[in-house]
Write a protein that binds this ligand. Structure first.
Ligand code: CO
Length: 370
């Protein structure tokens, strides 16, 4: 087994710190003031709504159930910018909060909800267009509708898309999801994969286990769906895709997966190559909180495949954003800069090294490539 870290050892330091913008690729919004979704769609409840609890605080409600207490950093650009300034973050990718994905609803309902939330998110981000970059949500259960909403949003100022890591029992190797991912690759839209809708059992109803165990396992499963399900063999290498929360449990268990691929080819996946061969096809964020975990990610994925994320503004996120990246002693300054913003800048605008090489060999101007 040859892992990425051995092929691409950490670079040598040649630059001083601070010459790249700091980019947080994992944050969420919740708009306020969305219309009554039952009236908008005619569908059956329960519907999400916001119950104001003070001037700056609200409760996300699902019908009569309380889901999560939030504050105005979810919907107020100025409140977000104040925290970004405090944390030294120049630019934030603002993604939907997954509870609103609504993949289980009819395509028409899911598409309408996506459009409502996407337009409100774009409005908030337009208040600080050089610092807040919106990612949209799409009705992922229907690839045609998902592609249509993505295209509409890209024309409206969104820079990419956040998707949930599954659509009911369909994982990321589902043909419809693969069709959508291929579309993302063809239009150059970066994709952020976020775990959601974790399986519920009484065993995970304690200790926030759905978030502490379920989310990392779900994300791990999604990375395996992309690799072992043969998705990376099917979609263009132009696809720029990043998995939340450090890719979940994936990095820790790459060796186990690699061994299984070689030892039980009758049972493990349809990928053309062993799992470690696909590490240069995706990225992960840095929301892992401690240095040994970040080091595992950098050793496994390479410093060019880890991007700073915080999960702002939620309580399981990292504050100040990027702390573990800024303080980890094993990182050289070049790699720290890359993780704090350089990698994300390329991920967002598509100017990857490989695209640059393509441009060089074909003579196509870079402007036409990104
Ligand atoms: Co998140």
């Amino acid at each position: 087994m040859r892992l990425h870290a051995y092929v691409h050892p950490a670079g040598t330091c040649t630059r001083a710190r601070g010459d790249v913008p700091v980019i947080d690729i994992h944050s969420h919004n919740v708009p306020c003031g969305w219309p009554d979704l039952q009236a908008e769609t005619g569908g059956d409840g329960p519907w999400p709504w916001l119950r104001a609890t003070s001037e700056r605080e609200a409760m996300i409600m699902l019908g009569e159930q309380e889901f999560r207490a939030i504050d105005d950093r979810c919907w107020n650009a100025a409140a977000r910018l104040a925290d970004m300034d405090a944390d030294g973050v120049d630019l934030q990718v603002v993604s939907p909060t997954p509870v609103f994905f609504s993949y289980h609803r009819s395509v028409a309902e899911s598409a309408r909800i996506a459009a409502i939330f996407n337009d409100l998110a774009a409005q908030m981000c337009a208040e600080a267009p050089d610092r807040l970059v919106p990612f949209c949500q799409v009705p992922l259960a229907d690839p045609e509708a998902a592609c249509r909403e993505l295209d509409r949003c890209l024309a409206n100022g969104h820079a990419g898309v956040e998707i949930g890591n599954h659509v009911g029992d369909r994982d990321l190797d589902d043909p419809g999801v693969v069709e959508f991912l291929q579309h993302c690759a063809s239009v150059g839209a970066p994709v952020f994969v976020h775990p959601w809708d974790m399986p519920t059992t009484p065993r995970t109803a304690r200790w926030m286990a759905q978030w502490l165990v379920g989310m990392p396992a779900e994300t791990h499963l999604s990375v395996l769906a992309m690799i072992l399900g043969g998705v990376f063999d099917q979609v263009s290498p132009e696809l720029r895709i990043c998995f939340a929360h450090g890719g979940g449990s994936f990095a820790m268990w790459l060796g186990r997966t690699e061994n299984a691929w070689h030892s039980r080819p009758d049972l493990v996946g349809v990928s053309q190559l062993p799992p470690s061969a696909y590490l240069d096809r995706f990225s992960v964020d840095s929301v892992v909180f401690d240095e040994p975990a970040l080091r595992l990610l950098v050793d496994t994925m390479g410093a060019d495949r880890v991007m700073m994320g915080s999960d702002f503004p939620y309580p399981l996120g990292e504050r100040p954003a990027g702390s573990v990246v800024r303080t980890s002693t094993f990182l050289c300054e070049d790699d720290r800069d890359a993780i704090l913003g350089g990698n994300a800048a390329r991920w967002l605008d598509g100017s990857t090294d490989r695209v640059q090489q393509t441009a060089a060999t074909t003579g196509t101007p870079m402007e036409a490539q990104v």
